[in-house]
Design a protein around this ligand. Structure first.
Ligand code: AMP
Length: 204
C-alpha cells in the first residue's frame, strides 16, 4: 500500500464546458477555484475558457492561485483556450491530454458536466482500478447532480460488475472542504507495491 503519501499540491478538475442551468454549479466552480488558491493547491484542468471550467480557472487566478491547462491543439485553434493561465500545455490528442493531466496532479475532482466530464471521471477511476495511478478521485455532488450516477454505480456493484473496493474508492461529498480532507487521507484500493506514486511517470 502507498503509505508514503505526500499532501495534495495539485488537483485536476473535470467539469462542464457549459455553465449548466442551476446557478449552484457556477457557485461551486467559483468556490472550488478560490479554495484551491487559498490552500496553495494548483488547479490542473482542460485549459478551456468556457463554461464551468472557465469559471473555476478565473476564480482560482483571481484569488492568486496557479492554474495549468492541458488542451489539444484542435481545441486551442478553435480559440476556446484560456489566454491568461499560469501555464498552458498544448498536446496533440485527447489521450495525451488525460495522461498529462494525470501526471501533473495528486488527485481528481469532478463537478457537474456532460460527456467530456464523465469520460474523464471514468477514465481516472478505471486507471485507479488497474493501479495505473493510486490517486484519489472525488465528486463534488452539487445540488444532487450526481445522485443518479451514484445510484447507478451501486446498481453495478449489486450486479457484481463492480467490486465493493472499487465502488467505495470513489469519494462523493457535498462539501468541498470535507471532500478535499477525505481525498488527503485516501487509501488506494489496490495493493500493488511495484506501482506507487513515485513510478507513475513511467506508467501513464
Ligand atoms: P463536457 O462535460 O462534455 O462539457 O466536457 C468538459 C470536459 O471535457 C472538460 O473537463 C474538458 O477537459 C473537456 N472539454 C470539453 N470541451 C472543451 C473545450 N471547449 N475546451 C477545453 N476542454 C474541453
Amino acid at each position: 500500500m502507498d503509505t508514503d503519501r505526500k499532501t495534495i499540491q495539485a488537483i485536476c478538475l473535470f467539469c462542464g464546458s457549459s455553465p449548466g442551468m442551476d446557478p449552484a454549479f457556477k457557485l461551486a466552480a467559483t468556490q472550488l477555484g478560490t479554495t484551491l488558491a487559498h490552500n496553495n493547491i494548483r488547479l490542473i484542468y482542460g485549459g478551456g475558457h468556457v463554461g464551468l471550467m472557465g469559471v473555476a480557472a478565473d476564480a482560482c487566478l483571481s484569488a492568486g492561485g496557479e492554474v495549468v491547462g492541458v488542451i489539444p491543439r484542435k481545441l486551442m485553434e478553435k480559440e476556446v483556450g484560456h489566454a491568461g493561465l499560469t501555464q498552458m500545455h498544448v498536446v496533440e490528442t485527447m489521450h495525451e491530454r488525460k495522461a498529462l493531466m494525470t501526471r501533473l496532479c495528486d488527485g481528481f475532482i469532478a463537478l457537474p458536466g456532460g460527456y467530456g466530464t464523465l469520460d474523464e471521471l471514468f477514465e481516472a477511476l478505471t486507471w485507479q482500478q488497474l493501479a495505473y495511478h493510486l490517486l484519489p478521485v472525488g465528486i463534488l455532488n452539487v445540488s444532487g447532480f450526481f445522485d443518479h450516477l451514484v445510484k447507478f454505480l451501486d446498481h453495478a456493484r449489486d450486479e457484481r460488475l463492480l467490486r465493493d473496493a472499487h465502488r467505495n474508492s470513489l469519494i462523493v461529498d457535498t462539501d468541498l472542504q470535507k471532500l478535499i480532507a477525505r481525498m488527503q487521507s485516501f487509501v488506494p484500493p489496490n495493493n500493488e507495491k511495484w506501482l506507487d506514486r513515485a513510478s507513475k511517470e513511467s506508467i501513464v
